[in-house]
Structures are given as C-alpha cells and as structure tokens.
Design a protein around this ligand. Structure first.
Ligand SMILES: Nc1ncnc2c1ncn2[C@@H]1O[C@H](COP(=O)(O)OP(=O)(O)OP(=O)(O)O)[C@@H](O)[C@H]1O
Length: 589
C-alpha cells in the first residue's frame, strides 16, 4: 500500500480538492438511496391507497406532485454534483501526473552513466508514458469506483437491514462467497500484471531499438529478422494480456452468477414476504430498485482489483525511478566556482574500476592551464574513461582528479561541468537547427557568435544547407555526414568557452585538411582554455604540448612528439605507420 501513500504525498497542492472529490463520491453514492426511498414513499403513500380503494384523494395527488418535484430537483442536484466531482478528479489527476512526470524527468537528468547503461530506453519511456497514465487512471477512476462501490454496498446493506432485517439477510448471505472469490482472483492476477508490465516494456524497447538502429538493420538486410524479433515480443505481450484477461473470465461467471442470483432472491423472497404481508409494496420496490447497488459492486470488484493490480505494477516502476539516486552528486559542502576556472588538470595516482573491471591503473598526469595534452592508445586502453573523470561522469576508485588544485568532487557538479566543453566520440545532435545545436550550452549566444564558433570548427558547410544555419538537423532533420556532425559537436563544445576542452576522438571522421585547419583554430582560441584531446592521428598529437600513451589502463609513455617519436614504443610505431602511409600517399607529416 506504500504506492497509495506515495500518490498521496505527491498530491500535495491539491489534496483538499481531492478530499472534496472523494467526499462528493461518498455523498453521491449515498444519494442513490434517496431516489429509491422517494420512489418507495410514492408507492406506499400514493399508489398503495390507489390500489386498495381505486381512488386518488386530493391529498395523495398533492403529495405525488410534491414528491415528483422533489425527485426531479434531487436528480438535478445529483447530476450537477457528479459533474463537478468528475471535473475535480480529472484536474487533480492531471496535476499529479504533470508534477510526477516533471519530477521524474528532472531526476533522470541527474542520473549518472551507470543508470543509463542499466536501464533500457524503452523501459524508461514506458515509465514516463504508459505507467504514468495508469497512475492518473488510478487517481481519477479506480479510487472513485472503489469508494462508490463500497459506499453503495454499505449504505444499501444498512438501509435494507433497517427496513427489514430478515429480507436483507437473505440477500446478504451470498456476499461472503463473492468476497472469497474476489480475494482468490486478486492473489492470482497480481503476478500476471507484473509480468504484463515487463512484456510491455520489452515491446517498447524492441521498437525503440529498431527505430534508432534502422540504418544498421537495413545495411545488414535484417528486416525480416527484426520483424520476427518484434513479433516474438508482441506475441509475448499478447499472451500475457490474454492470460490476465482469461483469469478474469475464469472467475467472472461465478462472481456474475452469484451476484445475479440476488435479483432472483429479491423476487422470490420479496414475493413471499409480500404475500405474507411482512413487507409493503413500497419496501418491495425499494429492495427491487436497489438490488443493483448490491450486485454491481460485487460484480465490479473483480474488475477494479484488476485495475488496482495494474496500478501497483506501474507505480512500482515509477517509484523505483522516482527515488533512484545518482552516486555522482554535488557534496553539501561544495564551493561555488567564482569566475572562471584556470583549467589546471591533475590526475594523482588514479585507479578506476568499472563493474569489477580495472580500467585505469595508477594514472598521474599534470596539465598546466592553457596547455594541450594529447592522449593516444590502442582501442579499449581507457582513454575515454580517463577523460570522463574530469567532468565526473565516473568517479575515481582510488586517487584524485583535481582541477585548479581542488579535487573535482569538491565543486558543485553543475559548475564543474559548465566549465568543461566536451565533444564525445559518438556524436549526438538534437533535433534542432544547426544554430540551436551549436548554442545548446549557451542559448544567449548571438547569431554572429554562433557563426564565429562555427567557423572555428569549420562548420561552413551549414551555409549551403537548404535553410543555412536554420536548417533542422538530427532526428527527422537533414542528414549530415559523420565529419559534419563531428564539426557541429566541436563548435557546440567551443561555444561554451570552456576552461577545459575535452575532445574525445572528435575529428576522427574529418579529412586531414579540415583537421589541420581545426587544430590551427584550436591553438589560437580567444579565451584561455586547457585542451585534452584523445586522438589516433599523429597529425593531431604532434601539436600537443604533452602526449600520454595509454595501454591497458596504464600510462606507458609520456612526453612531446619529438621525444616520443624517437623512443621505441607504441607512439613511434604509430608514427612510423602513419608516416609511411602518408608518405606513400605523397603527404608528408
Ligand atoms: N561502464 C563500463 N563498465 C565496465 N567496463 C567498461 C565500462 N566502460 C568502459 N569499460 C571498459 O573499460 C575499458 C576502456 O574503455 P574506454 O572506452 O575508456 O577505452 P578507449 O581507450 O576510449 O577505447 P576506444 O579507443 O575504442 O574508444 C574497455 O575495456 C571497456 O570495455
């Protein structure tokens, strides 16, 4: 039931309105009795004398007019109340879901890389959409129905007991059977809905992966394989859905049968009591017209339990995400960055272990403000992991990473990351204009400034796009080449005028001439900036002040291009290889 407590906690701000809506449901349910009681009164005071004497007195006529008028007024009042009640439920539930979605989205923004590698995108999307809708459905509908059913059942039972206890007991005797059946059903259906929720998430993940990777699918002509894979998930979802529905179908004939037997009992027992003179025609009418208020809750209870279990399965997923905490957060005593960081970077005996694998071992490096450090090494040697420690995408296992002599953990995370410009290996561009993508980190940039950074990263090609810098790129936008994307990502990283610029293999897809131009631009930036460049090309590394060679998570070589190109080792091997290759292409380094 902690799920309900959590919903209640998040209803803050509209709790009073929601309580009013709940109360209105109680009142509306009780008011159902009113209609039947007035009708019973008409039967006993107007129609009974009429049947007995065959005459209508003036008093009875007046009474009939008054009671019918009361009935009309009463119905109008109930309908109006019901209208406002539904509106209140809707507004409260929409407000709740809006708040929850906002909170969840904010929490997702604060999660670390580990979180995103643990959770599938399709699953996260399901939490933000389908699961969220289930919570809304719970607040706006299920709770209302449960209260309505319970109050109707209780008030009718009390009314029946007060009116004629024997008649009432002869009807209520079947209710324990229904409750037992419902309880068994609830117990069996719960795991089915947990499974159903998981199948839906798998289905969404499969669709999302297919959409994201559609080029790979096409390149390998694996459409049929993908269709079969999706079909498998679709089938599993259908089976899980059918299983849950069939379970209800297994129970519903019994529940329906028992509850329908009440209507027969009313006619049978009521008819006998009427003949015996134990009850009046008004009482019989009352029992007959209110019989549905006993049968309906009993019949609907199973359905509502169905919905309730679906809500619990969805709420569990949302709550898990809601309270999920990143392990990388700002310390309470973190000191705000005043002004600009100088950009001094130091690794002190750093070890990094990721999921049990030792990725970095005893790394010590120092980069002075404004210097350029190039990092080179074979694939999987730990280059990306090393640079990701600076903006704290991961935290060191041992040792310290310092910026301006202060451990990175001592800075507020936002301030630290705002001081670092990063262009990653895998370029991600937003579905926005070229201009919007470049100004992503600083939306206050003027058009001229955007163009200036674009020029530094050689994004001149944007001028030739259909709408120039206003051309929408990224998902559903104009297609760009890998090198073009990399250049936009570089311009985006430069546009925040970072104190530390990290380029993780950012120019690997651009041609040598463009790369040379970019390197020249980087060496003459008009703001102080320390550059840490992961690169595989000697043409990039040779311009750096220092080069670190990383092999198997360890620094095996450290020095300038002149030093390392003469020393035996990885750097020289790459140097000779690339030099030779380029010499054969007639382009000397
Ligand atoms: N989240 C993770 N969990 C476990 N191991 C990881 C994780 N991220 C990276 N690794 C491992 O750490 C090692 C270094 O990876 P990293 O991406 O830093 O290498 P790299 O030198 O940048 O490689 P490349 O040049 O191919 O980009 C690899 O063996 C990789 O499998």
């Amino acid at each position: 039931m902690f799920q309900l407590k959590w919903v209640w906690k998040n209803l803050e701000g509209c709790r009073k309105r929601y309580i009013a809506a709940l109360c209105s449901t109680v009142v509306l349910a009780v008011m159902v009795l009113g209609t039947s009681l007035i009708t019973a009164n008409i039967m006993d005071t107007v129609f009974k004398p009429l049947m007995e004497t065959g005459q209508v007195t003036e008093e009875a006529r007046q009474r009939l007019i008054v009671l019918v008028a009361v009935l009309i007024g009463y119905t109008l009042l109930r309908t109006t109340m019901a209208y406002f009640s539904v509106i209140t439920y809707e507004t409260c539930s929409q407000k709740l879901v809006y708040k929850l979605r906002k909170d969840l989205y904010r929490n997702m923004q604060e999660q670390d890389q580990d979180f995103y590698s643990r959770n599938r995108t399709g699953d996260l999307m399901t939490r933000l959409t389908g699961d969220m809708d289930m919570v809304r459905f719970m607040v706006a509908w299920i709770i209302r129905q449960l209260i309505d059913c319970t109050v109707l059942f209780l008030t009718t039972s009390i009314c029946f007991l007060v009116t004629d206890w024997l008649f009432a007991l002869s009807l209520l005797v079947v209710t324990p059977v229904i409750f037992l059946l419902t309880k068994r059903f609830a117990k069996q259906v719960q795991p089915l809905y947990v499974d159903l929720r998981e199948r839906l998430s798998q289905l969404n993940t499969s669709a999302q992966e297919n959409i994201s990777g559609n080029r790979v699918v096409k390149a390998f002509a694996r459409e049929n394989y993908e269709i079969a894979k999706f079909d498998e998930k679709n089938e599993a979802y259908k089976t899980a859905n059918t299983k849950a529905s069939l379970l209800w179908l297994k129970f519903s004939p019994y529940i329906d049968g028992v509850s329908q037997s009440l209507a027969i009992a009313v006619l049978l027992v009521g008819g006998i009591f009427l003949i015996w003179g134990r009850i009046s025609i008004g009482t019989f009418t009352l029992f007959n017209s209110l019989c549905w208020t006993l049968t309906n809750p009993m019949r609907m209870l199973g359905m509502h339990i169905n919905d309730l279990q679906r809500f619990f399965a969805s709420a569990n997923k949302i709550i898990e995400l809601y309270y999920s905490k990143s392990t990388i957060t700002s310390r309470a005593d973190a000191k705000k960055v005043e002004g600009r960081l100088r950009g001094e970077v130091e690794f002190r005996n750093v070890d990094l272990t990721l999921h049990g694998a030792k990725v970095l071992k005893d790394i010590s490096l120092h980069v002075a403000p404004g210097e350029t450090l190039a990092i080179m090494g074979p694939t999987g040697s730990g280059k990306s992991s090393l640079v990701s420690l600076i903006p704290r995408f991961s935290d060191v296992t041992k040792g310290e990473v310092c910026v301006d002599g202060v451990p990175v953990g001592m800075y507020p995370l936002h301030d630290l990351r705002a001081s670092v410009g990063l262009a990653t290996q895998e370029v991600f561009l937003f579905s926005d204009t070229v201009d919007g993508n470049i100004a992503y980190g600083d939306t206050s940039l003027s058009e001229e400034e955007v163009k200036r950074f674009a020029k530094m990263a050689d994004v001149d090609f944007a001028e030739k796009l259909p709408d120039g810098f206003d051309t929408v790129i990224g998902e559903r936008g104009t297609g760009l080449s890998g090198g073009q994307k990399q250049r936009i990502a570089l311009a985006r990283a430069l546009a925040v005028r970072p104190s530390i610029l990290i380029l993780d293999d950012t120019t690997s897809a651009v041609d040598l001439e463009t790369e040379k131009y970019i390197q020249e631009q980087l060496s003459s930036l008009d703001f102080p900036c320390t550059k840490i460049i992961v690169a595989q090309r000697i043409s990039t590394t040779k311009r750096a002040d220092k080069i670190a060679v990383l092999e198997h998570g360890e620094i095996t070589q450290y020095g300038t291009h002149e030093e390392l190109s003469k020393k035996p080792g990885y750097y020289r091997e790459v140097f000779l290889l690339q030099n030779g290759m380029e010499e054969t292409e007639g382009e000397a380094i």
